[in-house]
Design a protein around this ligand. Sequence first.
Ligand SMILES: O=C(CO)[C@H](O)[C@H](O)COP(=O)(O)O
Length: 297
Amino acid sequence: MVSHIGLVGLGKMGNNMRERLRRSSIEVTGFDPRPEVSDVPTLADLVAALPAPRVVWVMVPAGEPTRGVIQELGGLLSEGDIVVEGGNSHYVEDQERAAELAQRGIGYVDCGVSGGVWGLDNGYGLMCGGSAAHVETLLPVFDALRPEGPREEGFVHAGPVGAGHFAKMVHNGIEYGLMQAYAEGYELLAAKKDVVTDVHGTMKAWQRGTVVRSWLLDLMVRALDEDPDLSELDDWVDDSGEGRWTIDEGVDNAVPLPVISAALFARFASRQESSPAMRAVAALRQQFGGHAVKKAE
Ligand SMILES: O=C(CO)[C@H](O)[C@H](O)COP(=O)(O)O
C-alpha cells in the first residue's frame, strides 16, 4: 500500500498535485530545481527520503527535461521501485524507457493527466499504461488524484506501457478540435452583431441544457467574462506537439482526422504575419483570370 511518494517537478501541475495528494494523506516529498518550492535539495535526496519500494512521479515538461530526470532516476532507483511519467511524453518513448528500466527491475507506468490548474480542487482525469501489478500498487495515489465519484469515470488503466500517453494524445487531439469549433462559432456570432447583439450572453446561455454545453464552453465564457471582446490577447496560438503526434498516428493508421488536422493547421496559420500560400493563390487568380489583387504595402 503506497502512502509516501516522490514527486519531481513542482510547476503549475506538480505543485497542485502535491497539495491534492497531501489533502488525501499521501505523504509527498517533492523535488524541483527551484529551492523555494522544493522539499529536498537534490533528486538523490528525494530518492533517499522514500521508503522502499519507492514510487517517483515525474511531472516535468515533455522532451529533454523528462528524459534527463528519468535517466538520472534510473541510476538512483533499485529493483522493485516504480517510475510514473505523468507529463505529456510520446508513447513510443515510454515504451523504450520502460524496456531500459526493466533491465534493472525498475517498473514504469505512463499516466496522462488532464485537468490543468483546476485539478487541485476538481481532481485530475487519469489515463495510465503499465502492468496490472504496478497499476494495482499505485491505486491509492490514483484515487487521491482523480475526481470524486466512480473510479471508472475519472481513471482508466488503458493498457500496457504507452497506452496512457496514447490515450492522452488522443484526448488532446479532441481538445484541439473542440476548442477550434467553439472559437469558430464565437467568431461567426461576433461577425453578425447586428443580428446577435449579445454574443457573450449567447455563449453563456449555452452552458446549461444545450447539446454543446461542456467544461471548455464554461472556460470560453469565463474568458469572455474577463475580456468580452478578447481584445487583450494577440491571435497567436502555440502548440506543444500532441496535436502533431495525433495527426502522425492518423496518417500511420489511415484514420481520417479532418477536424483535428484543421485545428492544428489553424494554429500554424495564427503565427503567420503574412501567408505565402495565399499570396500564391492571389497571384494564380490574377494569372488565369486577370482577377483583382491587392498590392503589398
Ligand atoms: O495536456 C494539456 C491539456 O490537456 C496541456 O495543457 C497541453 O499543453 C495542451 O496541448 P497544447 O499545448 O498543444 O495546446
